[in-house]
Design a protein around this ligand. Structure first.
Ligand SMILES: Cc1cc2nc3c(=O)[nH]c(=O)nc-3n(C[C@H](O)[C@H](O)[C@H](O)COP(=O)(O)OP(=O)(O)OC[C@H]3O[C@@H](n4cnc5c(N)ncnc54)[C@H](O)[C@@H]3O)c2cc1C
Length: 497
């Protein structure tokens, strides 16, 4: 029987293994982390004398247009996911703006003069847009006008990415914000203010989502248990650091290292990799210099979360608040009890996730945990969401490579790597977020994993995983009423002719 090895036990690797077990294939998953499965979608569990606290690496909503993905989530958790309402606001200039935007509150917060100036700057952008926008700044300014770009997009985007909006490719704006124009945002805000719902749901305006009772990690822990129970194997604490293909045997040799440095060797006819593309290329023996160079140019944005534990004074019930204000470094604040009450064991306590976007090795990343907890506490008080005496402590989790960066050159580097993998690495498929260097949600990772499995089962490259269309996933119906993909579901690529 074919032996298959999945690198990484995040949503993509576990989806692939789950599907392979379903089809009675022999599969092993190697996961670098020794404690958690779920990758970036894991749920941290901490306990101390105050109780038990569960928190995500950023809140993880479960939402997909793909019927296949939703069916798999429901199957794994036996339909036990909760339906949660979304509440989120933007904090900017000392004011909270409901998000998705509420027209009256937004106009009240902006004031008469600023609202009029925003309108004029929008008209200017309509009359004289930047032709062929290349940067995020140009794309969003064209879409909303410069003034609204400055209020609602610039500071938060620059916090998240740590780079000027002038240096961010317009691709990403087009991918994330496609379908949302000022007129559609105003129409939605007006309908919401009047208590009426617009018919068309736009990706960034989703108001309800699914969530496992104990966070996203619950989904992936159960998936791993079911893989093990079905005859597969999820091996923890094994970081893959070299791969070599034996042409004669038509087999991959994979070496993985434990935390203590012990080297383990595995053999497989097929490999499905979700490890970062940059690291994969460097791990493959014999990768040519040009390809290694391309891989070295792929960049990432990193992330850390300070989960503060505090007396619950019920100051806010949002799932999260976007912090656009430049006076504080925190980018977003999660309220994990609003995601699921079971995330905090003691009902008198709350757990707020203070999210910081950073680069591995920068000042924030290298700050000590006590310093980060002190800084997060200070910022929470400054924003007005807690009193110092109510903050009881906190935990810090650092997440390297949280976001693959879309700069002006990443596409050409990915193209070089992709062409080489396709020609010289038989039976090796890359899937998932960092696996493909695609800034996407769990459902995209899962869909690429499902297609990779279909290819293995078919014995040929029937599907091109690179054709899974991340834009279409939440854009079910366009203005003409036609849908993308069968039944308005995520666009799934046709087989390669
Ligand atoms: C702040 C934040 C918020 C998010 N919110 C949402 C959301 O609301 N909804 C949503 O659907 N998605 C969300 N996402 C995206 C989601 O986390 C990812 O799409 C998803 O986790 C990607 O799954 P993956 O399996 O492709 O990769 P990962 O989750 O990155 O998993 C890869 C796994 O591979 C392991 N690994 C890496 N290198 C090696 C190696 N050399 N050897 C062995 N194992 C290795 C890692 O430890 C990890 O477990 C969010 C992401 C972030 C950063």
């Amino acid at each position: 029987m074919t032996s298959i090895l999945c690198i990484g036990a995040g949503p993509a690797g576990l989806t692939a293994a789950y599907e392979l077990v379903r089809h009675k294939q022999s599969v092993t998953v190697l996961e670098a982390d020794s404690r958690y499965v779920g990758g970036i979608a894991r749920t941290i569990q901490e306990s101390d004398e105050k109780g038990k606290f569960c928190f995500d690496i950023g809140g993880h909503r479960f939402f997909s247009k793909s019927g296949e993905v939703v069916a798999l989530w429901n199957e794994i958790l036996d339909n036990q996911m909760m339906k949660r309402p979304r509440k989120s606001r933007i904090f900017y200039g000392g004011k909270f703006y409901p998000y998705p935007l509420d027209l009256i509150k937004t106009l009240q917060n902006l004031g008469l003069i600023e609202s009029a100036l925003c309108g004029l700057s929008y008209l200017k952008a309509r009359v004289a847009p930047t032709p062929n926008p290349k940067t995020f700044e140009q794309w969003v300014s064209n879409q909303f006008g410069v003034r609204l770009y400055l209020t609602f997009f610039k500071t938060y985007t620059e916090k998240v990415w740590g780079m000027s909006c002038k240096d961010i490719s317009a691709d990403w704006a087009a991918q994330r914000i496609k379908g949302l124009s000022l007129s559609s945002a105003v129409k939605n805000a007006a309908l919401r203010t009047l208590g009426l719902q617009g018919k068309s749901k736009i990706k960034t305006l989703i108001e309800e989502f699914l969530y496992p009772r104990l966070g996203p990690g619950m989904m992936w822990e159960v998936a791993a248990q079911k893989i093990d129970a079905g005859g597969g194997k999820v091996a923890m604490g094994q970081r893959v650091d070299s791969l070599a293909y034996d042409v004669g045997k038509q087999e991959w040799r994979i070496q993985a290292r434990s935390d203590s440095g012990t080297l383990m060797t595995h053999y497989a006819t097929h490999v499905i990799s979700t490890m970062p593309l940059r690291e994969l290329v460097h791990a493959i023996e014999g990768a040519p210099e040009a390809v290694r160079h391309a891989a070295s140019q792929l960049l990432y944005r990193d992330f850390l979360i300070v989960a503060l534990v505090l007396n619950d004074k019920k100051v806010f019930d949002d799932n999260w608040i976007y912090i656009h204000s430049p006076e504080v470094k925190v980018g977003r604040i999660q309220n994990f009890k609003a995601w699921s009450p079971d995330m905090v064991s003691d009902p008198k306590l709350a757990c707020y996730g203070m999210e910081y976007f950073c680069f591995e090795g920068d000042g924030l990343w290298n700050s000590s945990n006590p310093d980060l907890i002190a800084q997060a506490s200070e910022e929470l008080v400054k924003i007005g969401l807690a009193k110092p005496e109510d903050i009881l402590g906190g935990y810090v989790v650092r997440q390297p490579k949280a976001y693959p960066v879309y700069d002006q050159v990443y596409e050409s580097h990915v193209a070089v790597i992709r062409a080489w993998l396709e020609e010289y690495c038989p039976n090796l498929q890359v899937v998932g977020r960092n696996g493909m260097h695609k800034y996407n949600n769990q459902d995209h990772s899962m869909m690429t994993a499902m297609l990779a499995v279909k290819n293995i089962l078919a014995g040929k490259q029937e599907y091109d995983v690179w054709c899974v269309n991340q834009d279409a996933e939440y854009h079910e119906v366009d203005s003409s009423g036609s849908s993308h993909g069968a039944g308005g579901e995520r666009l799934v690529p046709k087989g390669v002719a």
